[in-house]
Design a protein around this ligand. Structure first.
Ligand code: TXA
Ligand code: MG
Length: 346
């Protein structure tokens, strides 16, 4: 069932209805500012286990626990380092997830067997209200079937999970469109395990030295990321996806040549481009991700575009590269993962 709610001023009766599902040990999907989440009571093993079943998620891939008040951290984190407090003051509620050592209150079902717990306080008022009303701790991965792009609107959730969960809270399209930045604070040097809207520079501005997990290195399919979820070929479109990177004119020229070849071979080809180059492509289904001058827009549209291509039964997609200044690292991280790291330099 899809129930509409105002994400900024959520109606009390609707939140109560969704919270009743979660308190009863069930699953409810809900909007956050990053992507839609599939929520369950984080402190109940059998509730967390349901998430893995419904998503078809590998059981070693831990969940993020969503909280609504900073004080809630003390029940689930064995240690709250000063850096965590400072980061929370700067970025919570918001798109930052912190990894801390866990207490016994958090079942291993929630953490995929790890001694650490990932925690985030989402910015969406609807999400915060739901967390409070549900008892304070909601485990929520992105509300997609494992291996599909994360959902940025309720329709995406319904397409993937409709019929398998009792309730989807529809708060309209999300604001950011890429999952939260994950920062590991459980080791000596704070380490980014997943890039996101909160950049390394922003984090370093608050706590000083921050490093990026070397296992994330773009272009290296052999790299071993530390966040279990980053090792899977997530965000994978059904079509083969190739990122073409280089000087703009050469990129359009190469993509036009490749799509013409694909079409001649009877393959349905697609192009992911920007508003600036849209008019230059021929012989393929062409979709613009937005203007290069609006990097927030590029981030927000990426997953929806990958899903649109899935619906069109495209067999091969050529994408321009989007290394924009601020969240470009996060955009490219997701795009390259979707492409299985297939990049053509021109
Ligand atoms: O923006 C977001 O973070 C969204 C919304 C719903 O909050 N959630 C989300 O969850 O993206 P999910 O499950 O799709 O991604 C969680 C990532 C996975 O890559 C997982 O491996 C990693 O976080 N993770 C969770 N707990 C971890 C831990 N204790 N240590 C290392 N990585 C962890
Ligand atoms: Mg996910």
């Amino acid at each position: 069932m899809i129930v509409k709610t105002d994400p900024q001023r959520p109606q009390k009766d609707i939140i109560e209805k969704a919270a009743a599902v979660i308190r009863g040990g069930g699953l409810a999907a809900f909007p956050t500012e990053t992507v839609y989440g599939l929520g369950a009571d984080a402190l109940r093993p059998e509730a967390a286990r349901k998430i893995y079943t419904v998503k078809g998620r590998p059981s070693d891939n831990p969940l993020i626990v969503h909280i609504a008040d900073f004080e809630a951290l003390y029940r689930i984190a064995a240690e709250v380092p000063p850096a965590a407090r400072r980061l929370a003051e700067a970025f919570w509620p918001g798109p930052l997830t912190m990894i801390l050592r866990k207490t016994d209150a958090v079942p291993r079902e929630t953490t995929g067997g790890l001694d650490t717990v990932a925690v985030r306080m989402p910015a969406s008022p609807a999400a915060l209200a739901l967390i409070r009303e549900s008892g304070g701790y909601i485990a929520a991965p992105s509300a997609n079937v494992s291996g599909r792009p994360s959902p940025t609107c309720a329709e995406h959730v319904a397409r993937d999970l409709g019929g398998r969960i009792p309730l989807i809270l529809d708060g309209g399209p999300v604001r950011i469109g890429l999952e939260s930045t994950i920062l590991d604070l459980s080791e000596e040097i704070p380490t980014i395990l997943r890039p996101g809207y909160i950049t390394g520079e922003m984090l370093a501005g608050v706590i000083g030295e921050v490093q990026t997990d070397p296992g994330l290195s773009a272009g290296d399919p052999q790299a071993r990321p530390k966040a279990p979820g980053m090792k899977y070929r997530h965000y994978a479109p059904r079509a083969e996806l190739i990122v073409v990177s280089g000087e703009a004119g050469k990129v359009t020229e190469t993509i036009n040549r490749l799509t013409a070849e694909s079409s001649a071979a009877g393959k349905r080809a697609g192009v992911i481009c920007s508003d600036e180059t849209r008019g230059e492509y021929r012989s393929a289904v062409v979709k613009s991700i937005g203007s290069r001058s609006d990097e927030d827009g590029i981030a927000r549209h990426l997953y929806a575009i990958l899903r649109e291509f899935d619906d069109l039964d495209t067999e091969i997609i050529y994408s321009e590269s989007f290394s924009t200044p601020r969240i470009g690292q996060a955009i490219m991280n997701r795009l390259l993962k979707a492409a299985g790291h297939q990049v053509m330099e021109v």
